[in-house]
Design a protein around this ligand. Sequence first.
Ligand code: C5P
Length: 293
Amino acid sequence: MTIRAKAKINFTLEVLGKRPDGYHALRSVVMPLDFGDDISVVEAESGVSLSVKSDSVTLTKLGPESNNLAVRAAKLIMSRFDISKGVALTITKRIPIGGGMGGGSADAAAVLRALNNLWNLSIPETELIELAAELGSDVPALVLGGAVLMEGRGERVCRLLPEGGGVAMPIVVANPGVHCSTPEIFKAWNAKQNLTSHGDIVHNTKTFVRAGDVGAMAKELRNDLQQPAFERYPEIARLAAEMRGLGCLGVLLSGSGASVFGLTDSSEKSVWISEKLKSSGVWSVATFTCPMV
Ligand code: C5P
């Protein structure tokens, strides 16, 4: 079977403090995009094999296979459920590697779901989310799919709109080609930068996503990791300013970077901005948010 692993951005990412385990307490609205990797999952005699191909992403940035989150997801399921078979994974990579768009996490989430189906394991969603949390902080939200409110270090997740609904918004995403180290950006986060009152950012985000109110959502975007990322990597701040100049309504760093996204008032505008960015040598895609699974 071939499955889509959707990239994500964060409409909001509040860092609430440092935890005793070294991680940070977060509150974030994670939003998948109608853009992602494709993963083919085929049963094999034994073990886990991985092949990665791409027309658009530099694969030299991929780490060793044993660290690959899709491989680790398959191995986790196989050991936890005593599976005697193996699996061959082929990933068609489109999501920039290490770009704050959850590429590796989305691949892992897709593999967890695919193997649950392939081997008829009937793992309930709550258990799948616990397995996901063992792989990384972004994986539980992507296992759930759709717009998700993520809390704790990332392991507490619930659907932003449990009652359904939600309207896709046109968006353009770009990556300046610098590598942001997630631990470094979290370390540079300073609690003093966060003393301003947030208002009810989650409630507002929910309202705007439900109504598809791009203009209001653009004003509500917030990422507490943006300032440390901009300070360390001025090229990210420059790209964000360029996107604003080209007509994005609201521009924000995604996750710990280095990707930046901008909401727009039409898909034509997203395509136009994306083409402009590409012509100046920047990786970019025009797509839509996917608030529903
Ligand atoms: O969980 P994950 O492996 O994706 O996290 C990568 C790094 O990001 C952690 O080692 C930590 O430095 C940082 N992080 C954090 N707080 C979180 C999530 C990630 O400090 N809630």
